[in-house]
Design a protein around this ligand. Structure first.
Ligand code: GLN
Length: 195
């Protein structure tokens, strides 16, 4: 399976490592044509305002929106922010509007308030997995069609939405910073049904 990882800014290298451990080929995405061989795409954490600006500059905003009509996207942290419909406290990011949620940026505080803890997954199976929250957003509103796959202190931290047969995934935490591959493995299953 070939998966793209948006490599304009932020935490893309660790996502690539996690995918390689699951026997995927990884393509670093820097321009629209890089998307051609990919069966799915990860938008990593970083800084959503910068990510969004660089996507626009590289004409990747429109290319990714088109890609998302046919293939799954997985946004982590800033990646989730960029995929959301509404972003509180931010005028500078142009959201891709693929996940019908509202998010509040930096909702746990600044970098020093970053933490690792266990979250409660409901899907793909009920279990606890470790998760890094780094200047993480909170999902403040989950609208119709969005499914909550996991919670931390009862708040949704991983969600999915199916749009015309394609399921997109988003997490407020960084699954790529732990050795637990559950979330990446689940994303690959979402990509695989389309092969
Ligand atoms: N706080 C960052 C933002 O608003 C996201 C942080 C992250 O991706 N780890 O974009």
């Amino acid at each position: 399976m070939i998966i793209g990882v948006l490599a304009l800014q932020g935490a893309f290298a660790k996502h690539a490592k996690a995918l390689e451990k699951l026997n995927c080929s990884v393509v670093e995405i820097r321009e629209p044509k890089d998307l051609i061989p990919c069966q799915g795409l990860i938008l990593p954490g970083g800084e959503s305002t910068v990510l969004s600006r660089l996507m626009r500059l590289n004409k990747l905003d429109i290319a990714i929106q088109k890609f998302a009509h046919k293939k799954p996207l997985f946004g982590t942290c800033a990646g989730l922010i960029v995929m959301s419909k509404s972003i509180n406290s931010n005028q500078q990011t142009s959201p891709l509007e693929l996940l019908d949620v509202a998010v509040d940026r930096n909702a746990y505080g600044s970098q020093v308030a970053s933490f690792v803890d266990k979250i409660d997954l409901l899907q793909p199976s009920i279990q606890q997995i470790p998760a890094f929250f780094i200047r993480a957003p909170k999902i403040t509103e989950v609208r119709c069609g969005v499914e909550v796959l996991g919670r931390f202190k009862n708040q949704p931290v991983i969600i999915q939405q199916k749009i015309k047969g394609v399921t997109h995934l988003g997490s407020t935490f960084h699954p790529e910073l732990t050795n637990d591959l559950t979330v990446h493995e689940y994303f690959l299953k979402l990509c695989d049904v389309l092969v």
